[in-house]
Design a protein around this ligand. Structure first.
Ligand code: 3H9
Length: 750
């Protein structure tokens, strides 16, 4: 749109009315080519949160608060003022709400939820009621993603036009809340209760075509100039005297709704939403949409929203939202620095891990060379990849053509010489330092200068591996989690000499392959496995002290873990944990009770599920208590002078989780992790820590660090030598408690 051809009446922001008048004056001068006279004011016009322009009978109200047009207090006030201006202008017959950002709107400003600002006037729900009552048609011009409050804004408009790539969704449930600006009431009125319930409880957005078919969109734009097309659409609506539309006139169509729909729906999501507070409130809100007129339905929605927004779960899930975005920021590094080009990747080892890693890159359209030493192992690896893709294709997750394209990107090789042209290599061989050292020597010999050399080690010293090469600055750790093609977490291990651009390159590459990257410094087990060790130590020690494995596991799953520790270790392999401890045996020698039951099971060849026996007995899909394990723990306890006793679930949770937290505090203080929220991402994305608790460090902040510290001290004094050995409070924990601070307040070096 050529602004010179427009009559610009007003330009508005959430500023004072005096400013507003000045801006109107300046804008009218601007339209007459006077910007040089009022450079300061013009500058403010250009940075206004809401732009307002009038073209013929159409007022164009543009959200101008990039990057996501978060509907914070200022933007809401700006929208209201623009709306009132258009309402009062007799020449204006319709309003188009557009966006100057790449997307339409990311919803309410989440950072306002912990203050009064989110509900300060004009609050979003009442603003949208005002819009809906407009006597002039409002047209939402949806140029990209419209999420949460952003989608709710479009629902309060009379007509909706969108670009084909637009997406609409209500992801509030992922933030521990529900759509609280009319979404739960207007959406069912427009698309029916079934679709609305599914969208609101899943948070998954839909594309423009589906939205059109559902009647959620009136038109998909076809031309090259979206705003012009939206304005033309508004003009056509004016010419045809198209009516204003309000959801208040609609009721939810229940003619096709099975009488048991909500009962069945609750059952269908029960497993996925176990322990979460918001999904049930989302369903209750849709039920209210059916039962109540719009006005009362909105009141019910507001009541349910208020119940959700104050919960620790809402704080936890919002914490994780911001944690995800913070994790990519490395103190002292410019994220925009020049990075290395990654077009072709080599992977050493075609086992389960190497194959999964290869799939990640192929899925992102990146060429892969998969190296094995022996032909039959390579063939097995390539076949396993093909099988995995076939399963996904059968489940409708990818088309035959996508599968063929992905497979074509993965080439097998038996020769290191074929890795001369790759931009990055990831070694995924057996977890043994000597084998890894020899792999890196060979990589150093064949890889081109500037290639990034990465190790997928889970515990070993990346500096020691890097020292095998003449280019330690190109070496980094990339710790994928199994199955690597499914698990979101990628721990990036920054070695002492890793170059800055190598770190930033792998952070960006992680985003390309759709991983959640978290940077860790060097230490045994890095962030995740180092903290998981004390958690596991306490879980099995509690078995030694008299709790059955099933009791320990139940307490942990009741807390929200996806699985209890004894089940996890049976699944992962008791031998794997045994092997990982090899590197720290000397540090453990002082405590004969340390993971003694795991060591015994390992020595009996009971490696867990794969051998049919571990902490439990496995019969087909059934997991049964093993009386021999109970007997073994009682006998071993006697030998070690440990008196078995009744153990409460509270003690199980405190000893396992607080031990992790204490280790997390040490990790933070040592600078192995940059911030506590990084640790939380590791555990919620890689270990099954309950998302609704926000990760161990957020959980500690929520419980109160003083309470965590007091419990750790209690166990230190009550558990004899075990307490002395393992319950020494981390100095950082004591320091933060003394200063009345939380982990959230602490950044490395602060
Ligand atoms: C809601 O609407 C409640 C209502 O129903 C009721 C109210 C009464 N608020 O993700 P990006 C920041 S709840 C505040 O990297 P992208 C983000 O932290 C909301 N900040 O960009 C980052 O900051 P920084 C429901 C937000 O292009 C920057 O913007 N809506 C918000 O990859 C860029 O973000 C949602 O749940 C926000 N709403 O993806 C949608 N959104 O640069 C949440 C983003 O300092 N947002 N930021 O790290 C998203 O899913 C993605 O941000 C989006 C853009 C897809 C929009």
């Amino acid at each position: 749109m050529n602004t010179n051809t427009l009559s610009i009446h007003t330009v508005n922001t959430a500023i004072t009315s005096y400013d507003f008048k000045l801006l109107c004056f300046a804008a009218s001068l601007w339209a007459f080519d006077y910007p040089f006279r009022f450079p300061d004011i013009v500058d403010r016009i250009m940075t206004a949160l809401v732009k307002y322009e009038v073209q013929g009978p159409v007022a164009v109200i543009t959200l101008n608060s990039p990057p996501v047009n978060g509907l914070g207090n200022g933007l809401r006030a700006g929208l209201l003022e623009a709306y009132e201006t258009a309402t009062q202008d007799k020449a204006v017959k319709a309003m188009v709400i557009a966006s100057s950002a790449k997307l339409f709107c990311g919803g309410a400003d989440i950072s306002e939820f912990d203050s009064d600002k989110a509900f300060a006037k004009p609050d979003l729900p009442s603003l949208l009621v005002t819009f809906e009552a407009s006597q002039k048609p409002l047209i939402a011009a949806i140029n990209g993603v419209a999420l949460g409050g952003g989608m709710e804004l479009t629902l309060a408009c009379d007509y909706r036009i969108a670009l084909p790539q637009a997406k609409l969704g209500l992801p509030e449930v992922n933030l521990g809340i529900l759509p609280g600006a009319g979404g739960t009431q207007r959406l069912p009125r427009l698309v029916g209760a079934q679709k609305a319930t599914q969208m609101i409880t899943s948070g998954v957005p839909i594309g423009a075509q589906e939205a059109l078919e559902l009647g959620l969109l009136d038109k998909i734009a076809t031309g090259n100039n979206f705003l012009e097309e939206a304005i033309a659409y508004a003009n056509a609506l004016i010419e045809s005297n198209a009516p204003v539309k309000t959801c208040a006139d609609l009721s939810v169509d229940t003619s096709d709704l099975p009488s048991d729909f909500f009962a069945e729906f609750r059952k269908s999501i029960a497993r996925r939403t176990k322990g979460f507070f918001a999904p049930e409130r989302c369903i209750q809100a849709v039920e209210a949409a059916i039962a109540l007129p719009l006005k009362e339905g909105l009141e019910k929605e507001n009541q349910l929203f208020q119940e959700c927004v104050v919960t620790p779960q809402a704080r936890a899930q919002q914490h994780l939202f911001f944690a995800q975005r913070a994790a990519g920021r490395i103190p002292g590094l410019d994220p925009k620095m020049a990075i290395r080009d990654i077009k072709k990747v080599g992977i050493i080892g075609a086992g389960t891990m190497g194959g999964g890693i290869a799939m990640n890159f192929a899925n992102a359209g990146i060429e892969v060379k998969l190296l094995e030493i022996k032909g039959d192992a390579l063939e097995r690896g390539l076949n396993a990849i093909k099988k995995n893709y076939e399963i996904s294709a059968k489940r409708g997750k990818l088309t035959q053509a996508q599968m063929d394209a992905n497979l074509a990107l993965i080439q097998g090789t038996l020769s290191y010489d074929d890795l001369g042209d790759v931009d990055m290599v990831i070694e995924a061989v057996f977890e043994n330092i000597d084998i890894k050292k020899s792999v890196f020597k060979q990589l150093d010999a064949v890889c081109k200068p500037g290639a990034i050399l990465a190790t997928n080690t889970s515990y070993l010293d990346v500096d020691e591996i890097a020292a095998q090469t003449k280019r330690p600055e190109d070496v980094i750790g990339l710790h994928f989690f199994s199955p690597a093609n499914v698990m979101k977490l990628l721990e990036i291990v920054r070695a002492t000499k890793t170059a800055d651009d190598v770190l930033v390159t792998v952070l960006k590459t992680a985003q390309r392959i759709k991983k959640t990257p978290v940077v860790s410094g060097i230490c045994w087990g890095f962030i995740g496995n180092r903290m998981f060790e004390p958690y596991g130590r306490e879980a099995t020690r509690l078995v030694l002290e008299g709790a059955a494995p099933a009791q320990v596991d139940k307490a942990l799953t009741d807390f929200g873990w996806a699985m209890g520790f004894c089940s996890v270790i049976d699944l992962a392999g008791i031998d794997v944990g045994f092997f990982a401890r090899e590197g720290i045996r000397d540090q453990l020698a002082h405590d004969p009770s340390y993971q003694v039951l795991c060591d015994q099971l390992n020595n009996m060849g009971r490696f867990g599920q794969k051998t049919g026996r571990g902490f439990y007995i496995y019969e087909g899909r059934d997991r049964l208590e093993d009386p021999e394990v109970i007997e073994m723990s009682s006998k071993t306890a006697q030998e070690l002078n440990i008196t078995q006793r009744e153990i409460s679930d509270k003690e199980i949770i405190e000893r396992t989780i607080y031990s992790m937290i204490n280790e997390g505090a040490k990790i933070l203080e040592e600078g192995v992790s940059y911030r506590s929220s990084d640790i939380d991402l590791v555990f919620t994305n890689g270990y099954g820590f309950p998302v609704h608790k926000g990760g161990p460090m957020q959980y500690a902040d929520e419980v109160g660090l003083d309470n965590v510290l007091a419990a750790i001290k209690k166990y230190q004094s009550e558990l004899g030598s075990h307490g002395d050995n393992w319950f020494k409070p981390a100095p950082l924990l004591e320091k933060l408690v003394a200063e009345g601070k939380s982990f959230k307040d602490y950044q490395t070096g602060s």
